[in-house]
Ligand binder design. Structure first.
Ligand SMILES: [Zn+2]
Length: 232
């Protein structure tokens, strides 16, 4: 089981030189944007071992220098960053603080979770992971060579520091959008502001939105999720 968790990814092309990578593990989706001079990795998976798998998969696609963008501080999106270093790692400043403040508790919680589900390999990997701190602050505009990736904080929702990545007509939304499961409202979510945040995301007029979990969706799907979140 632990081997499967580390290697089950597959690339899905969502635009010209814009890739999503899907995992059965947590139904996670991460991203890769290829410029002429640099490539941008969106989220890094949930532990050092999973991050190493993603880094190898990225290197099978491109030899370009890498930049990393982290959508939010939950372990499954940012604990794998070490495999990409040294490189610039962008996140909302409050994401950096949240990683610093919560890494220990997330590590303990998820190691216990995987242990309880018989996946000692992943439990051990998380226990051994100290997530690197992002060293660059978003929002930002990143020139990847011939194309620009915009790191945007459309507002608070899944967390108080959600950062989305806008490239051409694609938006990597992190967990502001989920497909295959309802959006995850946790103790660090800001549900009252989430609908307005999705309105700001939809104002980017995306053709495709890549959720943090599940398959890419269209704007109508996001609008529906927005309406559901707005319902009292
Ligand atoms: Zn999350």
């Amino acid at each position: 089981m632990d081997t499967v968790a580390a290697v089950d990814g597959r690339w899905v092309e969502v635009g010209d030189g814009v890739l999503a990578r899907r995992y059965a593990e947590l139904d996670l989706t991460v991203g890769l944007v290829l410029g002429a001079e640099r490539a941008l990795v969106v989220d890094t998976r949930g532990d050092a071992r999973q991050g190493a798998e993603l880094a190898r998969a990225v290197r099978a696609v491109t030899p370009l220098p890498l930049t990393v963008a982290i959508t939010h501080a939950h372990f499954d999106h940012c604990f794998g960053t070490a495999a990409f270093l040294p490189c610039p790692v962008y996140a909302h400043p409050d994401c950096r603080s949240a990683i610093v403040a919560t890494a220990g508790a997330q590590r303990a919680h998820w190691a216990a979770h995987y242990r309880a589900h018989g996946d000692d390999g992943t439990a051990d990997a998380i226990t051994g992971t100290e997530p690197p701190r992002p060293d660059r602050a978003g929002p930002a505009r990143l020139d990847l060579g011939g194309r620009t990736a915009e790191l945007i904080h459309p507002g608070r929702g899944h967390t108080d520091h959600d950062l989305v990545v806008h490239v051409d007509d694609v938006v990597f939304a992190g967990d502001l959008v989920e497909q295959g499961a309802p959006p995850s409202v946790g103790p660090d979510s800001v549900p009252a502001e989430w609908p307005a945040t999705l309105d700001a995301l939809l104002a980017l007029a995306p053709r495709l939105v890549v959720p943090g979990h599940g398959d890419p969706v269209d704007a109508a799907f996001v609008a529906e999720q927005r309406d559901r979140l707005a319902r009292p």
